[in-house]
Unconditional design. Sequence first.
Length: 762
Amino acid sequence: MVKSSNIGYPRLGEKREWKFLLEHFWSHKIDETEFLAQTKALRLNSLKKEQAAGIDVIPVADYSNYDHVLDTAVAFGVIPERFGKFDHKLSLTEYYQIPRGNKNAIAAEMTKWFNTNYHYIVPELDHADFKLLDNRWLTYYNEAKAELGIDGKPVILGPVSFLKLGKVKDDYARGAVLAQLLDQLLTLYVQVFQELAAAGVTYIQLDEPTLGTLTDQAELALYQKALKVLKDAAPEVKVIVQTYFAAVDDYEAVVALPADGFGLDFVHDHGENLKAVVAHGFPADKLLAAGVVDGRNIWRSDLTAKTALVDQLKAAAPNLWLQPSNSLLHVPITTQNEHKLAPVIKNGLAFADEKLAEIVTLTKQANGDDVQADLDASKAALDQLNHSEHRNNQTVAADVKAILAAPTERQSAYPQRVIAQKVLNLPLLPTTTIGSFPQSAEVRSHRKAWRKGDLSTADYQAFLDGETKRWIKIQEDLGIDVLVHGEFERTDMVEYFGQKLKGFTTSQNGWVQSYGSRGVKPPFVYGDVQWTEPITVRDTVFAQQQTDHLVKGMLTSAVTIINWSFVRDDIPKNIVADQIGLALRHEVKALEEAGIKIIQVDEPALREGLPLKPRYRQEYLDNAVKAFKITTTGVKDETQIHTHMCYSDFEDILPAISALDADVISIESSRSKGESIKAFEQTKYDKQIGLGVYDIHSPRVPSVDEIKQNIHRALEVIDVHQFWINPDCGLKTRKEPETIAALENMLDARNQVVAELGVKNK
């Protein structure tokens, strides 16, 4: 009999209840007891929904108070030394200082979870003092069983993936170090598994997503060793090794590993997992947990096509579970809270709850139940959307074809442009910020009142203009060279453009977790994308009118918009990218014609969209460069194009970064303690660059000396005439006092470095 399963459920809450609980605890509005009681209620409610949906195998311990990788690290005592030594389960206050930092210790680094927009806290493995401080998996299993009668499936990040996702200082000896650490860590996993077995656990979902990035036999041997140790220690528990986001290479060797089953992704595998299963079969004595519904996108499944897939899998693996392709952490919770979407769009959606319903429908069909009505309803909804005028705009098709037929290069090469841009009269080590400034409670309350209709558009615009003027003055007083208008009109750098471009729509409650308590509400690209009128020109020109300093125009690039949106899945993404690139080209031209001399086209998500498999990367990068150049190459030589990137390892994409041909690139760097600089030690970068000199993801204000050290470190590998001084990222989520204090220190540090260099600045 085929069973329905889930891999993980969103934490955020239908209306971000979880987010607000975290923030209330951080601001001392509730204590730990109240926090734990309310988060328990949220957690149990999620389990009840999975139970009511008819899911047979329900995950437990997929919940987190911040991040599941951090939870794993804390449970096993992998806590950075700067936060102290611990021999007990951490209190919430102790726990939260790791991702947030404190006045004496900088926050732990965070980075992208594979190629998603979720961020995890990076385990620091050097000097790790492995000890089991908290068997959180047992706690949550017992809770679900006692409260709801659920015999849950504990979800545990596997030991090999945990170590591979961590960091060690001696990266050259990384393989040997991880193999050594695995021996120590496995003793703790054994204890966890044995305690779960004693409690009566039937299945454990052991997440080993790094199996999708397997590189060699030595690495495969680590999984072999870990699984053998765990199975020998708790043979009565069935271990399901879960992968996602990619196909597994060396399929036959992987499914021969000593586990009771394997979770494979049949959505994001480029067809490779299915091809392997059909070609080689599946072990008869093992369970196949098949990810057949897309857990990363919000569109309805074509259930008729999915039934054909399920039939193929069932023939190869009679012991079959059906489940999403990955944890539903990456999608909103339910379409039931969306009341403003056009029916043709809403009927084509499936959020987490609707995806579980699709899983149950497919499971019933696989077991011989009559689900034809559900299949017909799914097909009708998709047909209505796919055949609508929204997805068949002939004007857009013709315009994209025309732009692709023309050269997409700047008028002159960079050496000529940099001479033309001397007209900007910028000093040595010019300073700027990345774009956004703090969105205070007052900003949010005015926006809320305007959206509810309690504040007129004219009054709302007047308020926004006042904030812009105030922050222009603050930037002038600080001595910043290139200013920004602050983006007070934007809730999100992608959603804002999604509200202005044809072919996009936005949701009311389509929130997903980005990091910690930060939720984002990605727009939906449901149709062909078209620019209809200026988007940013009015606010940028207003800001420029308030100052003699240069003000940057601020746009978000096509590939980042795609990577941070839910994108239609009926055509290839590169076609959507070309459409967005062309729409933004019109906006860039409008800014230039309005007198804006520096235009930033942010590309923070370029790296995160990179396919996990190297064989697919060049095509992705070529398409990304093409879309960026469609946007930026229509300007004059003296117009300076900037771009910005976040959370990235750059060594493998530096050629693509250079190919973007932006005049200035700013890169997040400080939280990784200068590791981003290593990319520029090996490869000469010939354009201008700003490596972020302080971390903005923590409320901590960096000292002048700390910022100076970061500047000096960068100047060891980057010519002083190429270097810009800027924070790591936008400042929207920070408070005003800490923002101003940090920027003051940044300017002091820049001025001291210039003085030390003995160069007279303007």
